[in-house]
Design a protein around this ligand. Structure first.
Ligand code: ADP
Length: 240
């Protein structure tokens, strides 16, 4: 992958034809796996992430909490998810992402309903083209709801970046790799809460405020699509 000379053309369009504030085509499905308690497949463009949830189930003593369920998250990239085969062993990056994704999901799960249990969330990147942590958070939120786990709200994620001095939403891999900033955000609009915030690169104060506004607009839309996806899955279940 080489660095493009320009990221935005004279008409203000990005390399893949999107406007700066346009997200990639989004697809969401729930109940895609029969053996997990809840599951979801989410795509933003070419990035595809599967999430599976098991639990709440009685937890091992070592991780058991007396007043609430413990959430365990594993973020993993499948060996076939990248252009070159990825080593299937968990990398430092995957261990760290598992931690920050757990922290991004903890505020939405009503864990005190289920003391001494664990809820396991597996986030498996099937195809990566930028934004896998944010797509992963969206998929995990849907899979938790699909598992019937009581939640305060849903979260969704998107990354904001900067290329050619323009703020853009939902970076693909080229924009992520060669752009000037990468700011992934996960938020629960119904709680007014940002649950994951990271920033690689430098933004001015004004850019930072604009970037948060851009992210929240997209996250609101994504959460609406999540709700619609869940409603449709109940309708389908009712029709069976
Ligand atoms: P995110 O996927 O959340 O944007 P990064 O910013 O770390 O996370 O990664 C950006 C993109 O770089 C990923 O979406 C993926 O397309 C690519 N990438 C990350 N890690 C690897 C890897 N180990 N091998 C190949 N490509 C990778």
């Amino acid at each position: 992958m080489t660095r493009p000379q320009r990221f935005i053309d004279d008409e203000g369009k990005r390399l893949d034809g999107r406007k700066p504030d346009e997200i990639r085509p989004v697809k969401m499905q729930v109940g895609v796996l029969s053996n997990a308690d809840g599951s979801a497949l989410v795509e933003y463009g070419l990035t595809k992430v599967l999430a599976a949830v098991y639990g709440p189930k009685e937890s091992q003593k070592s991780i058991s909490l007396p007043d609430r369920a413990s959430l365990r998250v594993r973020y993993h990239m499948a060996p076939f998810s990248t252009e070159e085969r990825k080593n299937p062993a968990p990398s430092r990056r995957e261990v760290e992402l598992s931690k920050v994704l757990r922290e991004s999901l903890e505020p939405i799960v009503i864990t005190d309903y289920f003391p001494r249990t664990s809820i396991d969330i597996f986030i498996e990147v099937l195809q990566s083209d930028g934004g896998t942590r944010t797509v992963g958070a969206t998929a995990a939120s849907l899979a938790l709801a699909d598992a019937g786990i009581p939640m305060k709200a849903l979260v969704a994620g998107v990354a904001i970046g900067k290329v050619d001095n323009v703020l853009i939403v939902d970076l693909n891999e080229v924009e992520d790799m060669y752009g000037d900033a990468d700011m992934p955000i996960v938020a629960a609009p119904d709680l007014g809460q940002i649950t994951l915030y990271q920033l690689n690169g430098v933004l001015s104060k004004e850019e930072f405020h604009n970037a948060i506004d851009m992210a929240m607009k997209v996250i609101n839309k994504l959460v609406d699509i999540e709700k619609e996806t869940l409603r449709n899955s109940y309708k389908e279940a009712g029709e069976e």
